[in-house]
Write a protein that binds this ligand. Structure first.
Ligand code: IMP
Length: 497
């Protein structure tokens, strides 16, 4: 006879927090949002922590190198999507590790025998007017010159004019040597009245550009998460099929943490993947999931998972529950798994962080997830709305939107995420292709979201996430009290709608 759970499977919307005593010490400026990313023993520090409890979803439409850089600079972490060729994923990881505040890696350069027409095409494509001229035209090729908009006049110079004839040649360029600090680079820029300083290695190969305007940028990111070499932290998704080839390339590119990306992680495939990574790369942490109950959590923990992701079917683009009838309300899953995590810590002295994945709609859902036991939260829809996500911004009707599609949609073709290990060709989709409202810059939105979280924590009398977990008082709400919680019984002015 099947096991029938007695409790209902519930979502975040069905809960609220009841304020605790806000002491005078509970001030927003004193709240710390730092949280462990990977397992640690009692009394020890985790090898990796985040400064804000957010990670971006392992999805094509969310986490590429640009999102990873922006999020790590703001205290969180991205897992670069795995539904792509191994080399391109490794390249994205490499670009994050190479990122240095104020040091811009060129996307595309040109060769000296190309023409002004090529310059104009590239300028329109990238929006950059400074173009490196390298021997083979590659981003890191040997630097032979520089072209800026001051080097040509379209009306006078023919479009067929060779770059060689109008570029500033290397012999007349001021350059910086690889290893120069941002302050030193800026001193050179000011001393020589430059707009841009190319940075080259000992073989004259182009590494970065430093632009005059970027000078103050690095001071705006006090939360950024860095490794011991002061490089940004980055994660990457892997799957339980090609990990023997993929993991070595990601590690070589400098990845800090891996995560097996699967909609249902309670499987022998995941245990095998975890054991292989642990055996070959014992120093590279790897998370696993997704699970929705205690059994799934303990299985992955025993197999070596450094964190476990919780959630099946709650993602905004997810139709898994409709298609397969598996899943569990996100709040109930979290509460169940958190209890198992705490029990494991009590009995074994090992703390394995859990990540609440999917289904966050309101900012207050994030605080609820943390209060219910999540150590950090994975979000797709939230991040997909920002400038930094990889997808196109479009005008639909009168509104700007960004594209957002599920990894289980036919657009992403990430069948490995949904494949249980048997056949290669899944026959149905588990995700949809959609739009989300465009919301602007990541940092601007994050600042508002974090302000709300911090404020709620103060209301609950907590200045750290562990304290929030301990002190929170959580109540179920009736459907009629949800109506009471919004603006009601007033006629809203148009500016509110
Ligand atoms: P969101 O933050 O509610 O948009 O949920 C994002 C999460 O949905 C991801 O982190 C994945 O766990 C999950 N997900 C991504 N793509 C799909 C899909 O195609 N079907 C089901 N779940 C998906």
């Amino acid at each position: 006879m099947a096991h029938i759970y007695e409790e209902v499977s519930r979502t975040f919307n069905e809960y609220l927090l009841i304020p605790g005593l806000t002491t005078k010490g509970c001030q927003p400026a004193r709240v710390s949002l730092s949280t462990p990313l990977v397992r640690f023993r009692k009394g020890e520090e985790p090898a990796l922590s985040l400064n804000i409890p957010f990670v971006s979803a392992i999805m094509q439409s969310v986490s590429d190198h640009r999102m990873a850089i922006a999020l790590a600079r703001n205290g969180g972490l991205s897992f670069v999507f795995t539904s792509q060729a191994i080399d391109t994923q490794a390249e994205m990881v490499r670009r994050v590790k190479k990122f240095k505040a104020g040091f811009v890696v060129s996307d595309a350069n040109l060769k000296p025998d190309q023409t002004l027409a090529d310059v104009l095409v590239l300028r329109d494509l990238t929006g950059h007017s400074t173009i490196g001229v390298t021997e083979d035209g590659s981003p890191n090729g040997k630097l032979l010159g520089l072209v800026t908009s001051r080097d040509y006049r379209i009306a006078v110079d023919g479009r067929d004019k060779k770059i060689l004839e109008f570029m500033t040649p290397f012999s007349r360029l001021i350059t910086g040597k690889l290893g120069v600090s941002l302050t030193e680079a800026n001193d050179i820029i000011w001393e020589h009245k430059l707009n841009c300083l190319p940075i080259i290695d000992e073989d004259q190969r182009l590494q970065y550009f430093v632009f005059r305007k970027d000078y103050d940028e690095h001071q705006e990111h006090p939360r950024e998460v860095l490794d011991i070499n002061k490089r940004l932290l980055v994660g990457a998704g892997i799957n339980s099929r090609d990990y023997r080839e993929r993991v070595p390339k990601l590690v070589e590119a400098g990845v800090d943490v891996l995560c097996i990306d699967s909609s249902d992680g309670y499987s022998e495939w995941q245990a095998e993947t975890l054991q292989w990574v642990k055996h070959h790369y014992p120093d590279v942490p790897v998370g696993a999931g997704n699970v929705v109950d205690k059994e799934g959590f303990l299985y992955l923990v025993e197999a070596g998972a450094d964190f476990v992701k919780v959630g099946i079917g709650g993602g905004s683009i997810c139709i898994t529950r409709e298609q397969k009838g598996i899943g569990r309300g996100q709040a109930t899953s979290l509460i169940d798994v958190s209890q198992a995590r705490d029990e494991y810590f009590r009995t074994k002295g090992v703390y394995v962080p859990i990540c609440s994945d999917g289904g966050i709609v309101q900012d207050y859902h994030m605080v609820l997830a943390l209060a219910m036991g999540a150590d950090f939260i994975m979000m797709g829809r939230y991040f997909a709305r920002f400038d930094e996500s990889p997808t196109k911004k479009l005008l639909v009707g009168n509104n700007y939107v960004k594209e957002y599609w599920g990894e289980g949609s036919s657009r992403a073709r990430n069948w490995q995420r949904y494949d249980m290990g048997g056949s290669d060709s899944l026959k149905f989709e588990e995700g949809v292709d959609s739009y989300v409202p465009y919301a602007g810059k990541l940092k601007d939105n994050l600042d508002v979201t974090l302000a709300k979280i911090v404020s709620t924590m103060c209301s609950c009398g907590a200045t750290t996430i562990p304290e929030l977990k301990e002190k929170s008082k959580i109540t179920l709400v009736s459907s009629t009290s949800i109506i009471e919680g919004g603006a009601h019984d007033v006629i809203l002015k148009e500016s509110n709608i």
